[in-house]
Design a protein around this ligand. Structure first.
Ligand code: SF4
Length: 219
């Protein structure tokens, strides 16, 4: 049922020309992960070159680094996480998507969250954080990351937490106490303990999804 609903949204994305990013895309980068078993929605910024080529989010060096961190924390990218971006098409030169582009794409993002109905949303990097949380001047991702909060998406509350984006970690190799990579490890361990304490991957194959996704509200 979730897959069917998501295919409807995917089809709308693939035919979308709702913002200027449609012009130069090679592929719409819709999602990755197993919607039937995912308990977490992880949201990044926007597709990069490799994502645009392959149509999959979080590939290339940054994606591999994320895979390594998830795996180390006992979180399965394939089973536990549904990965998406704030916009589905690649911004030129990998620039940050504009507010107008994010607004145009928001209906797809919200629909994906609604259909997955996750236990938690992980905001990966500053752009994803700012999409959902209004920050004051003193709040930076370094101060906000690792803190549980509640965010509201289309009238429904979700637990959420912010982590560093793996692209940032590629530029920060240190594993010293308090380094970004060490904090990433701590944040993912926190997420595993809080959100997935009961997950046994050998059981997931027999899972039955009883919850009907709410009606997809597409503007
Ligand atoms: S980024 Fe989103 S709104 Fe813009 S063209 Fe792609 S799918 Fe449509």
């Amino acid at each position: 049922m979730k897959k069917d609903c998501l295919e409807i949204v995917r089809s709308k994305c693939e035919n979308c020309s709702g913002c200027a990013l449609a012009k130069n895309r090679k592929n719409v980068v819709f999602s990755d992960g197993n919607p039937s078993t995912a308990k977490i929605v992880l949201i990044g910024e926007a597709p990069g070159e490799m994502e645009d080529e392959t149509g999959r989010p979080f590939v290339g060096r940054a994606g591999q680094l994320l895979n390594d961190f998830l795996s180390d924390a006992g979180i399965s990218r394939d089973e536990d996480v549904y990965l998406i971006n704030t916009v589905k098409c690649r911004p030129p030169e990998n620039r940050v998507p504009t507010e107008a582009e994010q607004t145009a794409c928001r209906k797809f993002l919200n629909a994906q969250i609604d259909i997955i109905n996750p236990r938690a949303i992980v905001l990966c990097g500053a752009t994803a954080l700012k999409t959902f949380v209004q920050l004051d001047k003193k709040q930076t991702i370094s101060k906000v990351r690792g803190q549980w909060m509640t965010i509201n998406v289309d009238g429904k509350d979700y637990r959420a937490i912010t982590i560093f984006h793996p692209s940032y970690l590629l530029r920060n190799n240190s594993m010293a106490e308090g380094s970004p990579r060490r904090l990433m490890q701590e944040d993912l361990a926190n997420i595993k303990n809080e959100i997935l304490p009961d997950v046994d991957h050998s059981m997931d194959k027999n899972d039955v999804v009883f919850m009907e996704p709410r009606e997809i509200a597409m503007v």
